[in-house]
Design a protein around this ligand. Sequence first.
Ligand code: S3P
Length: 177
Amino acid sequence: MKHLILIGFMGSGKSTLGLRLAKCLHLQYVDTDRYIEEKERTSIQEIFDTKGETFFRNLETEVLKELLQSDKKMIVSLGGGTPLREENQRLIKESDSFCVYLKMGIEEAYNRLKKDTKRPLLKTENPKKTIEELLTIRNPLYEETADYILDEEGKNVAMVLEELIEIEEKQNENFSN
Ligand code: S3P
């Protein structure tokens, strides 16, 4: 297995869990949103505002390609919208990486995101409705892209982390057999 990739909706814990997982496994960690911000020397919000969403989406694909080419095994958290582009889905599937979807329901997503100010896509009149609409469209795409669907319902961070460690160990066993 190449990298372990975390996908899921905004607020699903990709960054928090990715970082913790990488620490536990002594692997390098990359969060594509932060990577893009470093590369562009500005925030995602600023990129959306000044250059538009398509420009940002093109950057996502570029960064994804770059990371998937790296031989050094990493834990990678992708932005919530990355798996929506067919090209990105294909890149993930063909990369020999293992992709985990951190799945949560609409209510949970809303509770986690209601005080958020950093996500440009949620700056709407009715963020709950936006979350519901986006998640309904995206859920099947996340499921289609993932090798493993990790349902976060009723689980705390420690439980999800443990499940991720088990996944990684199992993948390594399969790989070495
Ligand atoms: C987006 C999710 C964000 C960020 C951008 C767009 C999306 O990342 O990439 O605001 O389309 O869902 P997180 O999922 O890390 O919040």
